[in-house]
Design a protein around this ligand. Structure first.
Ligand code: NAD
Length: 417
């Protein structure tokens, strides 16, 4: 039988959790790597030398990451007959911190989304997307530098739970019959149906994580984004449970919008965090018109999906948007775009999303100087107008470079960064 996993790198040590729930990170950590499908190998080939160079430079050679390649996706299916071997899931749990490229999901059939499976199997309940402008990146808005937000999107519930029945299917008829006979709700017999579950448990752990992040990152505002005016018992409840959690668990830290003027004369006092809420449609306007007023956003799955891509567009598109899926036991950092199959193997795509996700990962393990160096290197490369095709076509006088060429440009700029 084929050995699915390569042995973990012998020189590396494991990242572990302390009893106090903090990460304990050695100077030579083993970090899991899922290369991904399509352009995954291209962006990884460009990004890994950047990560290694930044770590070496920022730590003066004291630190080094030992990458442990884990099989998933098309390569795993070809070699082991499984897209997502159980061994890979166990290895992610063991490694605690993993970085991954995009994984292809066939449309209208084939295997289930591996990304959704990873999130569910590993209970990665928070999709975290920082959205911040890298100076020099072409953007469709006038002041992209005003955007500096971190989105916490609930990852396990809502219409994404996958509970739906096709129009005309026996199950759909049974549910329609139940609604008609027991709830007095008469719907078109040919309706397709979906269920939108949202629970206090999943909502509260997401909002807890958003508040804790705000406290640690010295952010002053957490905004709950919901459509509770229409969907009262799901999205409206999300808002209510969010406020409830803040009152129950953070009474010393969190203050609310109604108190802001009555008790604090309009200014958030030092050491406090303001929690407010906005209706999702209004929020799409707010992020365009008054982006400076928002810092940390917590929201249900569907709102989060839409708003994170819209916000990414404001700062230069998905090629520059980092992200992570996080649980209480492990976290997977990932390029937020897909596997872009038509560019696979062409060494052309923008590795920016992978690079920024890596910087986010280094910050997560407490290697802030290393993370900052990568962001400064990317900024310097973009300001020197050395960019991949997607940005080059929007920038006058840009010098277009390949995917790996952009990685090399970032490394060159680490010195001056
Ligand atoms: P995609 O993001 O792969 O690509 C769509 C287009 O966006 C590309 O053709 C390209 O023009 C542009 N693009 C994407 N990333 C870019 C980058 N880094 N630099 C420059 N341009 C970039 O979206 P898709 O075509 O809808 O999806 C392809 C596959 O990826 C599907 O199987 C989908 O399920 C999967 N997917 C995976 C993830 C993930 O693993 N997290 C996320 C989204 C989509």
């Amino acid at each position: 039988m084929k050995q699915v996993l390569k042995p973990p790198p012998a020189q590396g040590e494991w990242i572990t959790w302390t009893d106090g729930g903090r990460l304990s990170v050695p100077d030579n950590p083993i970090i899991g790597l899922i290369e991904g499908d399509g352009v995954g190998p291209d962006i990884w080939a460009a990004a890994q030398p950047v990560f290694d160079a930044a770590v070496e430079r920022a730590s003066g050679g004291k630190r080094r990451i030992h990458w442990w390649e884990l099989p998933a996706g098309e390569k795993a299916s070809d070699r082991f007959g499984r897209h997502l071997p159980d061994e890979t899931l166990d290895a992610v749990r063991k490694a605690v911190v993993v970085i991954k490229g995009p994984l292809t999901t066939p449309v209208g059939g084939g295997h289930r989304s591996l990304n959704v499976t990873l999130r569910q199997e590993l209970d990665l309940y928070a999709c975290v997307r920082p959205v911040k402008y890298v100076p020099g990146t072409p953007s469709p808005v006038k002041r992209p530098e005003d955007v500096d937000m971190v989105i916490f999107r609930e990852n396990t519930e809502d219409l994404y739970a996958g509970i739906e029945w096709k129009s005309g299917a026996d199950e759909a008829h049974r549910v329609l019959g139940f609604l008609r006979d027991h709830m007095n709700i008469v719907l078109d017999e040919a309706s397709g149906l979906g269920v939108k579950p949202m629970s206090p448990r999943a909502t509260k752990r997401l909002v807890r994580r958003a508040i804790r992040f705000a406290m640690e990152a010295d952010r002053k505002k957490v905004t709950l984004v919901h459509k509770g005016n229409i969907m009262k018992f799901t999205e409206g409840a999300f808002r209510d449970w969010g406020y409830e959690l803040a009152r129950e668990e953070f009474p010393e830290t969190v203050i609310f919008e109604d108190e802001l003027s009555s008790r604090y004369s309009g200014a958030i006092p030092e050491g406090k965090i303001l929690m407010n809420d906005r209706i999702a449609d209004a929020m799409f306007q707010q992020v365009l018109l008054r982006p400076k007023e928002y810092e940390v956003l917590a929201m249900p799955n569907l709102n989060g999906d839409y708003l994170s891509d819209a916000l990414a567009a404001q700062v230069g598109g998905l090629g520059m948007a980092p992200g992570a899926n996080m649980g209480d036991a492990c976290a997977i950092f990932e390029a937020t775009h897909g596997s872009a199959p038509k560019y696979a193997g062409l060494d052309k795509i923008n590795p920016g999303s992978m690079l920024l996700s890596g910087a986010m990962m280094l910050e997560h393990i407490g290697w802030k100087a290393e993370a900052d160096l990568i962001v400064r290197g990317i900024t310097a490369a973009i300001q020197a107008r050395t960019v991949t095709y997607d940005l080059a076509r929007l920038m006058p006088e840009a010098r277009e470079v390949s995917c790996s060429g952009f990685g090399r440009a970032v490394i060159e700029h680490l010195g001056s960064a």
